[in-house]
Design a protein around this ligand. Sequence first.
Ligand code: KG4
Ligand code: ZN
Length: 338
Amino acid sequence: MIVLGIESSCDETGVAIYSGEKGLLAHQLYSQIALHAQYGGVVPELASRDHIRKLPLLVNAAIEEAGINFSDLEGIAFTRGPGLIGALMVAATYAQGLGLALNIPILGVNHMEAHLMAVMLEERKPEYPFVTLLVSGGHTQLVLVKAFGEYELLGESLDDAVGEAFDKTAKIMGLPYPGGPELAKLAQEGDASRYEFPRPMLNRPGLEFSFSGIKTKALLTIENATKADYPDIAAGFQEALVDTLIQKSLRALKQTGATELVVSGGVGANKHLRAELRRLAETLGFNVYFPRAEFCTDNGAMVAYLGYERLSRGEVSTEVKLKARWPIDQVSQYIESE
Ligand code: KG4
Ligand code: ZN
């Protein structure tokens, strides 16, 4: 089966084509970063309009890159949620129209499940059951993946997502949007031991996260510092976030008895997090897996892949109902009318 996948839940227009036989055939991405940078964050109305402008061009480019014709497509997957409704609507409407024209099935998939499964596009894949640390701009979750589509939420953030903590702190430092990767870059030049940041919720049992306290601590530290101190603050702040994510992930492995850990979502592109986990995996004897960095952040490839898996199992969307919120442990009802 050859599936077209479309992602438009936030500020990235992603289009990809996945073949069950040959794997990923094409992958096109257009980032709206420059558009939103001047406002310091995503402006939903502008995001929708830009998706409309770019999506048809990206689909044409993907068809060309794959060396196929539209008539070769056998299914279309699009992100149904969670995300900005106006932005989601662009891929959904396009998929509906193209699906009708080509007379092929379409399927709305869950964005976080797509992040979670992105690792399956890599040569080095985990075995079930595995624990996934899902870390993005909107989510911080530990999920036990028992089998394909079987998810148990082990714990999540009670307040901000970790990507949000990165972005907000970066913004206070005056770094350009999106701040996460910029703050990470600045941290590379800094001394992480100079400023002490708390490791929230580590002294309590359980797998919940909280990042609002550490964000406030960062704000106070920045207010009492000069620009020359920013690299050290960034390094200390990043170290505390990464350390917290890692300690909870290790706790999740212990609690579930799993020995396979997957990290996905935008923050999964963080080099310090990746390096620390690789080092610990070797010393402590577990396996860690990451999608390549460009498939950690939003992209169409993960949607095409997940769409392939579900469409080839016979799942279809008979009507399109978008979801601003859609928890990962409620993804299994695709053919539904809720
Ligand atoms: O998965 P994603 O692209 O979009 C959402 O679904 O939210 O994640 C975006 C988040 C942003 O908060 C961004 O700052 C963060 O991931 N991010 C990073 C890095 N690259 C992206 N945070 C820390 N270090 C990075 N290298
Ligand atoms: Zn995402």
